[in-house]
Design a protein around this ligand. Structure first.
Ligand SMILES: [Zn+2]
Length: 97
């Protein structure tokens, strides 16, 4: 179907939370106050670029009061390694704390 896009129209991708025109399908999963002193929000989403054969990825976003939101798409198979590295780094940081 062609024609003007309804800005509030739900996406045809069932799991997508975005409405209106968007370049990445996205399902918002978690939002964590991850910055120092509770500043900043780290978001974890499932995301897929709106393009043919794009793979479904894990998106990590960082939102702070002083900069625009930065996001990065991670290949799903790499995420457990990244999570393990984060956990290890956090343990070391706590030990050094
Ligand atoms: Zn969508």
């Amino acid at each position: 179907m062609t024609g003007p896009v309804d800005r509030n129209a739900a996406c045809s991708v069932k799991w997508c939370d975005e409405t209106g025109t968007h370049t990445v399908h996205r399902k918002y999963l978690a939002s964590v106050k991850g910055g120092i002193n509770g500043g900043g929000l780290v978001g974890v989403n499932v995301a897929q670029r709106v393009q043919p054969r794009a793979s479904v990825c894990v998106e990590l976003t960082v939102t702070t009061p002083w900069a625009s939101t930065a996001g990065y798409l991670l290949a799903a198979p790499s995420v457990p390694d990244i999570a393990a590295a984060l956990t290890e780094a956090a343990e070391r940081a706590t030990e050094l704390g």
